[in-house]
Design a protein around this ligand. Structure first.
Ligand code: FAD
Length: 435
Protein backbone atom coordinates (compact mmCIF):
# COMPACT_ATOMS: atom_id res chain seq x y z
CA UNK A 1 0.00 0.00 0.00
CA UNK A 2 1.54 3.32 -1.03
CA UNK A 3 2.10 6.15 1.45
CA UNK A 4 -0.25 9.11 1.57
CA UNK A 5 0.82 12.22 -0.34
CA UNK A 6 2.48 14.81 1.90
CA UNK A 7 2.69 18.59 1.49
CA UNK A 8 6.31 19.72 1.24
CA UNK A 9 8.11 22.94 2.04
CA UNK A 10 9.83 23.95 -1.23
CA UNK A 11 12.54 26.62 -1.42
CA UNK A 12 13.45 27.91 -4.89
CA UNK A 13 16.73 29.81 -5.22
CA UNK A 14 16.33 32.34 -8.05
CA UNK A 15 13.22 33.99 -9.45
CA UNK A 16 14.04 33.97 -13.16
CA UNK A 17 11.87 32.25 -15.74
CA UNK A 18 13.01 28.82 -14.51
CA UNK A 19 12.53 29.52 -10.80
CA UNK A 20 9.10 31.05 -11.26
CA UNK A 21 8.00 28.17 -13.49
CA UNK A 22 9.12 25.71 -10.81
CA UNK A 23 7.22 27.73 -8.22
CA UNK A 24 4.04 27.62 -10.30
CA UNK A 25 4.35 23.87 -10.97
CA UNK A 26 5.06 23.00 -7.31
CA UNK A 27 2.32 25.29 -6.03
CA UNK A 28 -0.16 23.59 -8.35
CA UNK A 29 1.07 20.20 -7.13
CA UNK A 30 -0.08 21.31 -3.65
CA UNK A 31 3.17 22.34 -1.95
CA UNK A 32 4.18 25.39 0.08
CA UNK A 33 6.64 27.33 -2.07
CA UNK A 34 8.97 30.26 -1.37
CA UNK A 35 11.18 31.87 -4.02
CA UNK A 36 14.38 33.57 -2.83
CA UNK A 37 15.74 36.05 -5.38
CA UNK A 38 18.97 38.00 -5.09
CA UNK A 39 17.90 41.01 -7.16
CA UNK A 40 15.10 43.42 -7.37
CA UNK A 41 12.97 42.32 -10.32
CA UNK A 42 13.02 45.75 -11.89
CA UNK A 43 16.27 44.76 -13.60
CA UNK A 44 14.83 42.00 -15.84
CA UNK A 45 16.31 42.41 -19.30
CA UNK A 46 14.44 43.98 -22.18
CA UNK A 47 14.82 41.46 -24.98
CA UNK A 48 12.70 38.87 -26.71
CA UNK A 49 12.33 35.27 -25.66
CA UNK A 50 10.66 32.69 -27.80
CA UNK A 51 8.54 29.98 -26.30
CA UNK A 52 7.94 27.11 -28.68
CA UNK A 53 5.05 24.64 -28.30
CA UNK A 54 7.00 22.45 -25.86
CA UNK A 55 7.16 25.42 -23.46
CA UNK A 56 3.74 26.91 -24.29
CA UNK A 57 2.10 23.53 -23.57
CA UNK A 58 2.98 23.86 -19.87
CA UNK A 59 1.93 27.50 -19.64
CA UNK A 60 -1.56 26.36 -20.66
CA UNK A 61 -1.45 23.34 -18.36
CA UNK A 62 -0.66 25.72 -15.47
CA UNK A 63 -3.53 28.05 -16.49
CA UNK A 64 -1.14 30.93 -17.08
CA UNK A 65 -2.91 33.93 -18.61
CA UNK A 66 -0.75 33.78 -21.76
CA UNK A 67 -2.37 36.80 -23.53
CA UNK A 68 -1.31 38.94 -20.52
CA UNK A 69 2.30 38.31 -21.65
CA UNK A 70 1.45 40.01 -24.98
CA UNK A 71 3.10 37.38 -27.17
CA UNK A 72 3.49 37.62 -30.91
CA UNK A 73 2.55 34.27 -32.48
CA UNK A 74 5.29 33.31 -34.92
CA UNK A 75 4.37 32.24 -38.43
CA UNK A 76 7.76 31.63 -40.04
CA UNK A 77 11.51 31.40 -39.56
CA UNK A 78 13.38 33.16 -42.34
CA UNK A 79 17.05 32.92 -43.14
CA UNK A 80 18.42 35.96 -44.98
CA UNK A 81 21.57 36.89 -46.85
CA UNK A 82 23.92 39.15 -44.85
CA UNK A 83 24.73 41.38 -47.80
CA UNK A 84 21.38 41.65 -49.58
CA UNK A 85 18.73 40.59 -47.00
CA UNK A 86 17.26 38.33 -49.69
CA UNK A 87 15.51 35.29 -48.14
CA UNK A 88 17.60 32.12 -48.49
CA UNK A 89 15.28 29.67 -46.75
CA UNK A 90 11.92 29.88 -45.02
CA UNK A 91 10.49 27.44 -42.50
CA UNK A 92 6.73 27.85 -42.55
CA UNK A 93 5.02 27.83 -39.14
CA UNK A 94 1.51 28.66 -40.35
CA UNK A 95 0.22 25.14 -39.57
CA UNK A 96 2.33 24.86 -36.39
CA UNK A 97 -0.60 25.05 -33.94
CA UNK A 98 -2.65 22.58 -36.00
CA UNK A 99 0.26 20.15 -36.01
CA UNK A 100 1.49 20.52 -32.44
CA UNK A 101 -1.54 21.73 -30.52
CA UNK A 102 0.12 24.93 -29.30
CA UNK A 103 1.44 28.09 -30.93
CA UNK A 104 5.04 29.33 -31.07
CA UNK A 105 5.03 32.44 -28.87
CA UNK A 106 7.52 35.29 -28.86
CA UNK A 107 7.47 37.25 -25.60
CA UNK A 108 9.26 40.28 -24.30
CA UNK A 109 11.25 38.93 -21.33
CA UNK A 110 9.79 41.43 -18.87
CA UNK A 111 6.26 40.48 -19.95
CA UNK A 112 6.98 36.77 -19.63
CA UNK A 113 8.53 37.26 -16.22
CA UNK A 114 5.60 39.37 -14.97
CA UNK A 115 3.13 36.82 -16.34
CA UNK A 116 4.81 33.97 -14.45
CA UNK A 117 5.27 36.04 -11.28
CA UNK A 118 1.56 36.89 -11.27
CA UNK A 119 0.58 33.25 -11.81
CA UNK A 120 2.87 32.14 -8.98
CA UNK A 121 1.65 34.68 -6.45
CA UNK A 122 -2.05 35.02 -7.43
CA UNK A 123 -4.61 34.39 -4.68
CA UNK A 124 -6.76 32.43 -7.10
CA UNK A 125 -5.63 29.35 -8.98
CA UNK A 126 -4.65 25.87 -7.84
CA UNK A 127 -2.64 25.61 -4.59
CA UNK A 128 -1.34 28.18 -2.13
CA UNK A 129 0.08 31.47 -3.45
CA UNK A 130 3.87 31.41 -3.72
CA UNK A 131 5.83 33.71 -1.42
CA UNK A 132 8.55 35.65 -3.24
CA UNK A 133 11.28 37.44 -1.31
CA UNK A 134 13.93 39.64 -2.90
CA UNK A 135 17.42 40.66 -1.79
CA UNK A 136 18.17 37.09 -0.69
CA UNK A 137 21.44 35.79 -2.12
CA UNK A 138 21.82 32.06 -1.59
CA UNK A 139 25.43 31.46 -0.54
CA UNK A 140 25.48 27.84 0.50
CA UNK A 141 23.38 24.71 0.84
CA UNK A 142 24.01 21.93 3.34
CA UNK A 143 22.36 18.86 1.88
CA UNK A 144 22.88 16.81 5.05
CA UNK A 145 20.76 19.17 7.15
CA UNK A 146 18.64 20.59 4.29
CA UNK A 147 19.75 24.09 5.26
CA UNK A 148 20.23 27.13 3.03
CA UNK A 149 22.46 30.02 4.05
CA UNK A 150 21.92 33.50 2.65
CA UNK A 151 24.38 36.37 2.43
CA UNK A 152 22.11 38.51 4.62
CA UNK A 153 22.85 36.12 7.51
CA UNK A 154 19.50 34.32 7.37
CA UNK A 155 19.31 30.53 7.40
CA UNK A 156 16.33 28.38 6.50
CA UNK A 157 15.46 24.71 6.16
CA UNK A 158 13.27 23.19 3.44
CA UNK A 159 12.13 19.75 2.31
CA UNK A 160 13.04 20.42 -1.33
CA UNK A 161 15.71 22.90 -2.46
CA UNK A 162 15.63 23.95 -6.11
CA UNK A 163 18.70 25.77 -7.46
CA UNK A 164 17.29 27.95 -10.24
CA UNK A 165 20.05 30.52 -9.78
CA UNK A 166 21.33 30.73 -13.34
CA UNK A 167 24.64 30.00 -15.02
CA UNK A 168 26.77 31.07 -12.04
CA UNK A 169 24.74 28.93 -9.65
CA UNK A 170 25.89 28.87 -6.02
CA UNK A 171 23.63 25.89 -5.39
CA UNK A 172 25.54 23.97 -8.05
CA UNK A 173 28.83 24.76 -6.31
CA UNK A 174 27.31 23.67 -2.98
CA UNK A 175 26.37 20.34 -4.58
CA UNK A 176 30.05 19.83 -5.38
CA UNK A 177 29.72 20.14 -9.15
CA UNK A 178 32.87 21.53 -10.69
CA UNK A 179 32.27 23.64 -13.78
CA UNK A 180 34.53 24.95 -16.44
CA UNK A 181 33.24 28.11 -18.09
CA UNK A 182 34.76 28.50 -21.52
CA UNK A 183 34.31 31.74 -23.39
CA UNK A 184 32.27 31.05 -26.51
CA UNK A 185 33.90 32.05 -29.79
CA UNK A 186 30.92 34.33 -30.22
CA UNK A 187 29.46 37.14 -28.19
CA UNK A 188 26.16 38.95 -28.36
CA UNK A 189 24.62 42.39 -28.13
CA UNK A 190 20.91 42.74 -27.68
CA UNK A 191 18.93 45.81 -28.63
CA UNK A 192 15.41 46.89 -29.45
CA UNK A 193 13.78 49.11 -32.04
CA UNK A 194 10.33 50.50 -31.28
CA UNK A 195 7.86 49.54 -34.01
CA UNK A 196 6.65 53.15 -33.98
CA UNK A 197 10.21 54.20 -34.89
CA UNK A 198 10.36 51.59 -37.66
CA UNK A 199 7.23 53.17 -39.13
CA UNK A 200 8.13 56.79 -38.39
CA UNK A 201 11.59 56.47 -39.94
CA UNK A 202 10.30 54.50 -42.94
CA UNK A 203 12.49 51.51 -42.09
CA UNK A 204 11.85 48.09 -43.63
CA UNK A 205 8.45 46.71 -42.78
CA UNK A 206 9.45 43.02 -42.76
CA UNK A 207 11.01 43.79 -39.40
CA UNK A 208 7.66 43.51 -37.64
CA UNK A 209 6.43 40.42 -39.45
CA UNK A 210 5.42 37.60 -37.03
CA UNK A 211 8.67 35.75 -37.68
CA UNK A 212 12.15 35.14 -36.39
CA UNK A 213 14.52 36.38 -39.09
CA UNK A 214 18.16 35.39 -39.24
CA UNK A 215 21.11 36.83 -41.09
CA UNK A 216 24.21 34.69 -41.66
CA UNK A 217 25.20 32.15 -38.96
CA UNK A 218 27.06 29.73 -41.24
CA UNK A 219 29.68 29.91 -43.99
CA UNK A 220 27.48 32.10 -46.15
CA UNK A 221 30.15 34.42 -47.59
CA UNK A 222 33.89 33.91 -47.56
CA UNK A 223 34.47 37.41 -46.21
CA UNK A 224 31.82 37.28 -43.45
CA UNK A 225 32.79 35.12 -40.46
CA UNK A 226 30.06 32.58 -39.54
CA UNK A 227 29.83 34.01 -36.01
CA UNK A 228 28.35 37.22 -37.39
CA UNK A 229 24.67 36.54 -37.03
CA UNK A 230 21.52 38.55 -36.40
CA UNK A 231 18.33 37.20 -34.86
CA UNK A 232 15.43 39.62 -35.16
CA UNK A 233 11.83 39.24 -34.03
CA UNK A 234 8.84 41.27 -32.91
CA UNK A 235 7.61 40.99 -29.31
CA UNK A 236 5.59 42.93 -26.71
CA UNK A 237 2.37 42.63 -28.71
CA UNK A 238 4.27 43.86 -31.77
CA UNK A 239 5.37 47.14 -30.13
CA UNK A 240 9.05 46.18 -30.14
CA UNK A 241 11.40 44.66 -32.69
CA UNK A 242 14.09 42.83 -30.76
CA UNK A 243 17.58 42.08 -32.06
CA UNK A 244 20.29 39.69 -30.93
CA UNK A 245 23.43 40.77 -32.77
CA UNK A 246 26.17 38.14 -32.59
CA UNK A 247 29.79 38.55 -33.58
CA UNK A 248 33.16 36.82 -33.09
CA UNK A 249 34.24 37.39 -29.48
CA UNK A 250 37.37 39.33 -30.44
CA UNK A 251 35.18 42.19 -31.70
CA UNK A 252 33.74 42.72 -28.23
CA UNK A 253 36.70 41.78 -26.06
CA UNK A 254 36.11 44.85 -23.87
CA UNK A 255 32.88 43.31 -22.53
CA UNK A 256 33.97 40.63 -20.12
CA UNK A 257 30.76 39.67 -18.35
CA UNK A 258 27.30 38.46 -19.20
CA UNK A 259 24.19 39.44 -17.36
CA UNK A 260 21.26 41.67 -16.84
CA UNK A 261 22.40 45.15 -15.98
CA UNK A 262 24.84 47.02 -18.11
CA UNK A 263 25.41 50.55 -19.22
CA UNK A 264 23.96 50.99 -22.68
CA UNK A 265 26.64 50.84 -25.38
CA UNK A 266 26.98 53.21 -28.34
CA UNK A 267 25.75 51.83 -31.63
CA UNK A 268 29.31 52.14 -33.01
CA UNK A 269 30.40 49.37 -30.65
CA UNK A 270 27.97 47.06 -32.44
CA UNK A 271 28.62 48.23 -35.97
CA UNK A 272 32.06 46.66 -36.22
CA UNK A 273 33.56 43.99 -38.48
CA UNK A 274 31.01 42.69 -40.97
CA UNK A 275 28.36 44.98 -39.43
CA UNK A 276 30.38 47.99 -40.53
CA UNK A 277 30.80 47.38 -44.22
CA UNK A 278 29.07 44.19 -45.38
CA UNK A 279 25.62 44.16 -43.80
CA UNK A 280 22.71 45.23 -46.00
CA UNK A 281 21.95 48.94 -45.47
CA UNK A 282 18.30 48.58 -44.31
CA UNK A 283 19.39 46.39 -41.42
CA UNK A 284 22.18 48.81 -40.50
CA UNK A 285 19.57 51.60 -40.45
CA UNK A 286 17.36 49.55 -38.15
CA UNK A 287 20.28 49.00 -35.78
CA UNK A 288 21.08 52.71 -35.83
CA UNK A 289 17.53 53.37 -34.61
CA UNK A 290 17.93 50.92 -31.72
CA UNK A 291 17.68 51.51 -27.99
CA UNK A 292 18.61 49.35 -24.94
CA UNK A 293 21.88 48.17 -26.51
CA UNK A 294 23.57 45.81 -24.05
CA UNK A 295 26.33 43.22 -24.36
CA UNK A 296 25.59 39.60 -23.48
CA UNK A 297 28.67 37.47 -23.01
CA UNK A 298 28.25 33.81 -23.96
CA UNK A 299 29.91 30.66 -22.61
CA UNK A 300 30.14 27.11 -23.83
CA UNK A 301 29.20 24.57 -21.17
CA UNK A 302 29.53 20.83 -21.01
CA UNK A 303 26.93 18.54 -19.50
CA UNK A 304 27.29 18.28 -15.70
CA UNK A 305 27.88 14.83 -14.18
CA UNK A 306 24.77 15.08 -11.99
CA UNK A 307 22.14 17.64 -10.96
CA UNK A 308 20.85 16.44 -7.61
CA UNK A 309 22.12 15.56 -4.17
CA UNK A 310 19.82 14.62 -1.28
CA UNK A 311 16.99 17.14 -1.04
CA UNK A 312 18.55 19.62 -3.52
CA UNK A 313 18.55 19.83 -7.28
CA UNK A 314 19.26 22.20 -10.15
CA UNK A 315 16.93 23.58 -12.77
CA UNK A 316 17.16 25.79 -15.88
CA UNK A 317 20.47 27.47 -16.69
CA UNK A 318 21.92 26.28 -13.37
CA UNK A 319 21.52 22.70 -14.61
CA UNK A 320 22.01 22.97 -18.36
CA UNK A 321 23.30 26.35 -19.54
CA UNK A 322 23.35 26.44 -23.30
CA UNK A 323 24.17 28.63 -26.23
CA UNK A 324 21.04 30.46 -27.36
CA UNK A 325 20.91 29.09 -30.91
CA UNK A 326 18.00 26.67 -30.52
CA UNK A 327 15.90 29.28 -28.61
CA UNK A 328 15.25 26.54 -26.07
CA UNK A 329 16.95 27.59 -22.80
CA UNK A 330 13.78 28.93 -21.21
CA UNK A 331 11.62 26.17 -22.72
CA UNK A 332 13.92 23.57 -21.19
CA UNK A 333 13.66 25.34 -17.82
CA UNK A 334 9.86 25.20 -18.16
CA UNK A 335 10.06 21.48 -18.95
CA UNK A 336 12.23 20.96 -15.84
CA UNK A 337 9.59 22.71 -13.75
CA UNK A 338 6.83 20.62 -15.30
CA UNK A 339 8.70 17.42 -14.45
CA UNK A 340 9.07 18.44 -10.79
CA UNK A 341 5.38 19.34 -10.61
CA UNK A 342 4.38 15.92 -11.95
CA UNK A 343 6.83 13.88 -9.88
CA UNK A 344 5.79 15.54 -6.61
CA UNK A 345 2.06 15.50 -7.47
CA UNK A 346 -0.62 13.41 -5.80
CA UNK A 347 -0.12 10.78 -8.54
CA UNK A 348 3.23 9.86 -6.98
CA UNK A 349 2.86 10.16 -3.17
CA UNK A 350 5.96 7.96 -2.64
CA UNK A 351 8.28 10.79 -3.70
CA UNK A 352 6.88 13.20 -1.11
CA UNK A 353 8.23 10.75 1.51
CA UNK A 354 11.54 10.21 -0.24
CA UNK A 355 12.48 13.55 -1.84
CA UNK A 356 15.92 12.30 -2.89
CA UNK A 357 14.28 9.47 -4.87
CA UNK A 358 11.92 11.99 -6.49
CA UNK A 359 14.86 14.16 -7.50
CA UNK A 360 16.69 11.13 -8.91
CA UNK A 361 13.61 10.47 -11.02
CA UNK A 362 13.58 14.16 -12.09
CA UNK A 363 17.19 13.90 -13.21
CA UNK A 364 16.55 10.63 -15.02
CA UNK A 365 13.68 12.20 -16.94
CA UNK A 366 15.18 15.58 -17.67
CA UNK A 367 18.95 15.28 -18.03
CA UNK A 368 19.18 13.30 -21.28
CA UNK A 369 16.71 15.51 -23.11
CA UNK A 370 18.07 18.84 -21.83
CA UNK A 371 21.65 17.71 -22.56
CA UNK A 372 20.71 16.83 -26.11
CA UNK A 373 19.25 20.31 -26.61
CA UNK A 374 22.40 21.75 -25.00
CA UNK A 375 24.56 19.91 -27.54
CA UNK A 376 22.30 20.88 -30.45
CA UNK A 377 22.56 24.52 -29.35
CA UNK A 378 26.32 24.25 -29.46
CA UNK A 379 26.25 22.81 -32.98
CA UNK A 380 23.87 25.52 -34.17
CA UNK A 381 26.43 28.11 -33.01
CA UNK A 382 28.61 27.01 -35.91
CA UNK A 383 25.90 26.27 -38.41
CA UNK A 384 22.39 27.70 -38.41
CA UNK A 385 21.26 24.72 -40.49
CA UNK A 386 21.43 22.75 -37.20
CA UNK A 387 18.62 24.87 -35.71
CA UNK A 388 15.28 23.16 -35.18
CA UNK A 389 12.96 24.21 -37.98
CA UNK A 390 15.77 24.60 -40.47
CA UNK A 391 16.79 20.99 -39.71
CA UNK A 392 13.52 19.92 -41.34
CA UNK A 393 14.42 21.66 -44.61
CA UNK A 394 17.29 19.23 -45.25
CA UNK A 395 19.78 22.02 -45.86
CA UNK A 396 23.37 20.73 -45.87
CA UNK A 397 25.19 21.32 -42.59
CA UNK A 398 28.94 21.44 -42.04
CA UNK A 399 28.42 18.79 -39.31
CA UNK A 400 26.78 16.21 -41.56
CA UNK A 401 29.88 14.06 -42.05
CA UNK A 402 30.98 14.14 -38.38
CA UNK A 403 27.43 13.58 -37.20
CA UNK A 404 27.16 10.46 -39.31
CA UNK A 405 30.38 9.16 -37.81
CA UNK A 406 29.26 9.89 -34.25
CA UNK A 407 25.69 8.72 -34.71
CA UNK A 408 24.31 12.18 -33.90
CA UNK A 409 20.89 12.89 -35.36
CA UNK A 410 19.67 16.43 -35.85
CA UNK A 411 17.28 17.90 -33.30
CA UNK A 412 13.90 18.53 -34.94
CA UNK A 413 10.61 20.27 -34.17
CA UNK A 414 8.73 16.91 -34.19
CA UNK A 415 11.16 15.54 -31.59
CA UNK A 416 10.63 18.56 -29.35
CA UNK A 417 6.86 18.70 -29.74
CA UNK A 418 5.73 15.06 -29.73
CA UNK A 419 7.44 14.19 -26.46
CA UNK A 420 4.99 13.05 -23.77
CA UNK A 421 6.56 13.78 -20.39
CA UNK A 422 3.63 12.52 -18.31
CA UNK A 423 3.80 9.17 -20.06
CA UNK A 424 7.59 9.04 -19.67
CA UNK A 425 7.35 9.65 -15.91
CA UNK A 426 4.50 7.14 -15.52
CA UNK A 427 6.57 4.49 -17.27
CA UNK A 428 9.74 5.13 -15.25
CA UNK A 429 7.85 5.30 -11.95
CA UNK A 430 6.02 2.05 -12.73
CA UNK A 431 9.29 0.26 -13.47
CA UNK A 432 10.68 1.52 -10.14
CA UNK A 433 7.67 0.12 -8.30
CA UNK A 434 8.00 -3.19 -10.15
CA UNK A 435 11.72 -3.52 -9.38
C1 FAD B 1 21.16 35.94 -26.16
C2 FAD B 1 20.19 34.95 -25.59
C3 FAD B 1 18.95 34.72 -26.20
C4 FAD B 1 18.07 33.76 -25.69
N1 FAD B 1 16.88 33.53 -26.32
C5 FAD B 1 16.07 32.53 -25.89
C6 FAD B 1 14.84 32.22 -26.55
O1 FAD B 1 14.46 32.86 -27.54
N2 FAD B 1 14.07 31.18 -26.08
C7 FAD B 1 14.45 30.45 -24.98
O2 FAD B 1 13.73 29.49 -24.60
N3 FAD B 1 15.60 30.74 -24.31
C8 FAD B 1 16.39 31.75 -24.73
N4 FAD B 1 17.55 32.04 -24.06
C9 FAD B 1 17.87 31.28 -22.85
C10 FAD B 1 17.09 31.78 -21.64
O3 FAD B 1 17.24 33.16 -21.49
C11 FAD B 1 17.60 31.11 -20.39
O4 FAD B 1 17.79 29.73 -20.62
C12 FAD B 1 16.57 31.27 -19.28
O5 FAD B 1 16.35 32.63 -19.02
C13 FAD B 1 17.08 30.59 -18.03
O6 FAD B 1 16.27 30.90 -16.97
P1 FAD B 1 16.74 30.58 -15.49
O7 FAD B 1 15.61 31.01 -14.63
O8 FAD B 1 17.24 29.20 -15.41
O9 FAD B 1 18.01 31.49 -15.26
P2 FAD B 1 18.13 33.10 -15.14
O10 FAD B 1 17.20 33.75 -16.10
O11 FAD B 1 19.56 33.38 -15.21
O12 FAD B 1 17.56 33.38 -13.70
C14 FAD B 1 18.32 33.11 -12.56
C15 FAD B 1 17.76 33.96 -11.43
O13 FAD B 1 18.42 33.62 -10.23
C16 FAD B 1 18.84 34.80 -9.57
N5 FAD B 1 20.02 34.44 -8.79
C17 FAD B 1 21.29 34.22 -9.24
N6 FAD B 1 22.11 33.87 -8.26
C18 FAD B 1 21.35 33.84 -7.14
C19 FAD B 1 21.63 33.52 -5.78
N7 FAD B 1 22.85 33.14 -5.39
N8 FAD B 1 20.62 33.59 -4.87
C20 FAD B 1 19.36 33.95 -5.24
N9 FAD B 1 19.05 34.27 -6.53
C21 FAD B 1 20.02 34.20 -7.46
C22 FAD B 1 19.11 35.78 -10.68
O14 FAD B 1 19.07 37.11 -10.23
C23 FAD B 1 17.98 35.44 -11.65
O15 FAD B 1 16.79 36.13 -11.37
C24 FAD B 1 18.43 33.02 -24.54
C25 FAD B 1 19.64 33.29 -23.89
C26 FAD B 1 20.51 34.24 -24.40
C27 FAD B 1 21.84 34.49 -23.72
Amino acid sequence: MSAQWKKLDVAVMGGGIGGLSAAVAMRRAGHKVTVYERRNFAAEVGASISCAANGTQWLHEWKVDVPSGRPVVLLHLTMRDWKTSEPIAVYDLSDYEKKWGNVYNMFHRQDMHTMLLETATAEDGEGDPVKVVVDYICDDVDVETSTIKFRNGKEIKADVIIGADGIRSNVRTALGIKTERKYAPQTCFRCNVLTDDVKRLGLVDYSYEPAIQYWNGFEQHEDVNKYFKIVMSPCAGGDIVSFYCFMPTEYAAQHTSEGFTFKEVDVEEMLVGAYADKLEKNVVDLLKASIDRMPWRLYVHDEYPYWSKGPATLLGDAAHPMMPHQSQGACQAIEDAAALGIIFSKNYPQYTHDVAAGLRMYEKIRKPRASRVQMASRLATDDINERIGFTSLNLPSSFDATAKELGWTKLTIPEMNTYDMKEHIAKEAASEVAA
